[in-house]
Design a binder for this molecule. Structure first.
Ligand SMILES: Cc1cc2nc3c(=O)[nH]c(=O)nc-3n(C[C@H](O)[C@H](O)[C@H](O)COP(=O)(O)OP(=O)(O)OC[C@H]3O[C@@H](n4cnc5c(N)ncnc54)[C@H](O)[C@@H]3O)c2cc1C
Ligand code: SF4
Length: 316
């Protein structure tokens, strides 16, 4: 599929990227590895006048520990992050979710920033323009209703980052710099809950760093997918245990990851209660490759599996 024409600009710094965005009066998109954005442009789901390439910003390729936290630049590739010794020694849930992301070739190109800010997906949406025209535009494309749930005025596209759930269980924050200045927010606050526009970000904001409290954790990540070699999550469940407290986060179903806290991870009833609640909260619809009822059930199952492995220090 051929790309449409757009202007290509290379940013030398974050300030340069924001200035270029302002010059393009909001008609530009940021580009990192391009593994999510370029397919969307090819499918005519995004139509930028200009693309601002962030890849050359060296400051965003650094992993550094500062004041009890680990700061990870948004341009660090998923592969480099997975191989980082500090990540390996502290964050087992993240190591597992990085390893479960796509395949190693894509991990070498895809960045952490792009992974977090990837678009939400639906079998009725990630299609060519001709396919979508024939079907009729849905709510997420500016149409009047959802093509999966008739009459619904909401979108049920799925947020498929494998790594955002793990980072949320680790208490990560994201640093954003844009035309309005700099701010740092908890990763779970980055989501609107509306799958049509999933991120609570101002136009032109660059995600510059992910900040993770640097503590030794126990954890695990479990993923449901059709092909083990490479596939988006149909459900993903991350668990991290920090200072005896367990945080669980579910992704792959709906427009935002869902966070839960387990009172006592060694108490089977507490674990079961959270697994049942998360499963009840999940509202999968028929927009992925397996049945919604199966995905719903697997939410609870994957949480229980992840908890079991977190306690057994990862052993399967
Ligand atoms: C075949 C295939 C399989 C995949 N499987 C998985 C999977 O199993 N699990 C999974 O989690 N993902 C999967 N992905 C999705 C995703 O492409 C990658 O995970 C990757 O990490 C995205 O990073 P990128 O740098 O290529 O992002 P890009 O495509 O460059 O960017 C993605 C989005 O983020 C924005 N953006 C990027 N960086 C910044 C920044 N610093 N600040 C502000 N905005 C930014 C871009 O404008 C764009 O909207 C898959 C993709 C493909 C093509
Ligand atoms: S869930 Fe419905 S509105 Fe959302 S992308 Fe799919 S068909 Fe469109």
């Amino acid at each position: 599929m051929i790309l449409p024409q757009f202007e290509y600009k290379r940013a030398r710094s974050v300030a340069d990227a924001v200035a270029l965005y302002k010059k393009k009066q909001g008609k530009a998109l940021y580009l990192a590895g391009g593994t999510d954005l370029i397919p969307l442009v090819k499918l005519r789901l995004q139509a930028p006048k200009a693309v601002i390439d962030l890849k050359g910003i060296e400051d965003l390729k650094i992993i550094a520990s500062r004041g009890g936290s680990l700061s990870v630049g948004a341009n660090v590739t998923l592969f480099d992050l997975k191989k980082d010794p500090v990540i390996a020694a502290h964050f087992p849930a993240l190591v597992e979710s990085l390893d479960a992301t796509a395949c190693e070739t894509l991990q070498m190109r895809g960045t952490l920033g792009g992974n977090i800010l990837q678009g939400t997906r639906c079998l009725e949406y990630n299609q060519s323009l001709e396919w979508r025209k024939a079907r009729g535009f849905c709510f997420k494309m500016g149409g009047k209703e959802c093509n999966v749930v008739k009459g619904a005025k909401a979108c049920f596209a799925n947020y498929c980052s494998d790594n955002a759930p793990s980072l949320i269980t680790l208490g990560a924050q994201v640093r954003l710099t844009g035309p309005g200045g700099q701010r740092t927010v908890k990763m779970e606050s980055l989501f609107t809950g509306d799958a049509r526009a999933p991120f609570a970000m101002e136009g032109g904001e660059v995600l510059t760093h992910v900040i993770i409290p640097l503590k030794k954790t126990k954890g695990a990540y479990e993923k449901l997918r059709v092909r083990e070699s490479m596939d988006y999550p149909l459900v993903g469940a991350a668990v991290s245990v920090i200072d005896g407290k367990a945080r669980v986060c579910v992704g792959g179903v709906g427009g935002a990851p869902g966070l839960y806290v387990i009172g006592d991870i060694k108490d089977a009833a507490s674990v079961r209660d959270v697994a049942e609640k998360a499963s009840a909260d999940a509202k999968p619809v028929a927009n992925a490759t397996v049945l919604p009822a199966y995905r719903k059930k697997m939410v609870g199952t994957l949480i229980k599996r992840a908890v079991k492995r977190a306690l057994a220090e990862g052993k399967r």
